[in-house]
Design a protein around this ligand. Structure first.
Ligand SMILES: NC(=O)C1=CN([C@@H]2O[C@H](COP(=O)(O)OP(=O)(O)OC[C@H]3O[C@@H](n4cnc5c(N)ncnc54)[C@H](O)[C@@H]3O)[C@@H](O)[C@H]2O)C=CC1
Ligand SMILES: CC(C)CC(=O)C(=O)O
Ligand SMILES: [Mg+2]
Length: 362
């Protein structure tokens, strides 16, 4: 493709398993349209990951895939895992054998999951009519390379353990991201922990308090995870930035997605703080709907928008995608996870977003 600018981005496209390839197809189409419109070049190079890679090569993260990621400007990721591979040894399974190593290898310590109830389609939310009046616009800032997912593990026939460890350095760097994000939003951080029980949470709370002193304009509150899970459903509008460790952020972000309308709406950016990132839907491979053409492609498409924003600084292109998505949601062009009566499938929703972007072009 010829462009008027010299900007050209190399993207490793790791579609993975289940609905991953179905929703990735739609995100790639959207990316091609905005590349034309905003005059930048793209190289989208596919590579195997997860269960698909195990089937083809015996490894969840083949060396060729890792090398491609290292040679790329960003990684666009689908999802991995499914019942076919759950019997494998834990380290060989798609999730632990590919996604977690990618996060660690590239030091993607910061996971951003923005969730909102779009007013124009609040009436389709599963929580309607409550959400229509309450509203929600939150950013979940989740620590992604520490905590219990990465600590020492072990098991015998009768016992098993996982270890949660956090260092001050790990907590400080994710806390800074949360406060800086809050400064650009509504100046409020709610730090989630279980400091009434866990040592790591006590260190978390002390460290977050110290970081907060550098951001006097931002209000900090602490909330226990159990209360936060309840408060999110009861009154989501009270939150702005939610600062979470790896486990708590994983769980709360699915809840945020449900309040927004569906897991199929929630994108994520996993960042190293230096411009490199992996961008993926917050949800998984959805084996229950894979292959049916009904998966919601919006989380994948919005993840591509986050990639344009955070890795390439293409803010106008990112916004154009987000506005096209909102336009389609407002017209109720949605998959069945949002409206069970809908006749739109994955490809139809993707096509509507592409058509909206093309119309705006003219
Ligand atoms: N980042 C990743 O690759 C992740 C992978 N997983 C893996 O995915 C597999 C399935 O895990 P589950 O617990 O079932 O979680 P899941 O997130 O795949 O699905 C949970 C529910 O949400 C629905 N859902 C998710 N994305 C959707 C979309 N785009 N459109 C419509 N509905 C959607 C599914 O149909 C399902 O009912 C497991 O192997 C799990 O380990 C889970 C989470 C993240
Ligand atoms: C492998 C899991 C930790 C993935 C997941 O559930 C997530 O990142 O939300
Ligand atoms: Mg999760």
């Amino acid at each position: 493709m010829s462009t008027q600018s010299n900007k050209h981005y190399k993207i490793a496209v790791l579609a993975g398993d289940g609905i991953g390839p179905e929703v990735m197809t739609e995100a790639e189409k959207v990316l091609q349209v905005v590349a034309d419109k905003f005059q930048f070049g793209l190289t989208l190079t596919p590579a195997l990951v997860g269960g698909a890679a195990i089937d083809a090569t015996g490894e969840p993260l083949p060396a060729a895939t890792l090398e491609l990621c290292k040679q790329s400007d960003a990684i666009l990721f689908g999802s991995v895992g499914g019942p076919k591979w759950t019997g494998l040894a834990p380290d060989k399974q798609p999730e632990r054998g590919s996604l977690l190593p990618l996060r660690k290898t590239f030091d993607l310590f910061c996971n951003l999951r923005p969730g909102q109830i779009y007013p124009a389609f609040a009436d389709l939310s599963p929580l309607h009519p409550r959400v229509s009046s309450l509203g929600m616009d939150v950013l979940c800032v989740r620590e992604l390379t520490g905590g219990i997912y990465f600590g020492e593990k072990g098991r015998s026939d009768t016992d098993a353990f996982d270890t949660q460890r956090y260092s001050v350095r790990e907590i400080e760097r994710i806390a800074k991201v949360a406060f800086e994000a809050a400064q650009k939003r509504s100046n409020k951080v709610t730090s989630i922990d279980k400091a009434n029980v866990l040592q790591t949470s006590i260190l978390w709370r002390e460290t977050v308090e110290r970081v907060a002193k550098h951001y006097p304009g931002v209000t900090l509150e602490h909330m226990y995870i159990d209360n936060a899970a309840m408060q999110l459903i009861r009154s989501p509008q009270q939150f702005d930035v939610l600062l979470c460790d790896n486990l708590f952020g994983d769980i709360l972000s699915d809840e945020i997605a449900a309040i927004a309308g569906s897991l199929g709406l929630l994108p994520s950016a996993s960042l190293n703080g230096k411009g490199f990132g992996l961008y993926e839907p917050a949800g998984g491979s959805a084996p229950d709907i894979a292959g049916k053409g009904i998966a919601n492609p919006i989380a994948q498409i919005l993840s591509a928008a986050l990639m344009l924003r955070y890795s390439f600084g293409e803010e106008d292109a990112a916004r154009a995608i987000e506005q096209a998505v909102q336009h389609c949601l407002a017209q109720h062009i949605v998959t069945r996870d949002i409206n069970p009566k809908s006749t739109y499938g994955t490809a139809a929703v993707g096509a509507a977003i592409v058509a909206t972007l093309r119309q705006e072009q003219n």
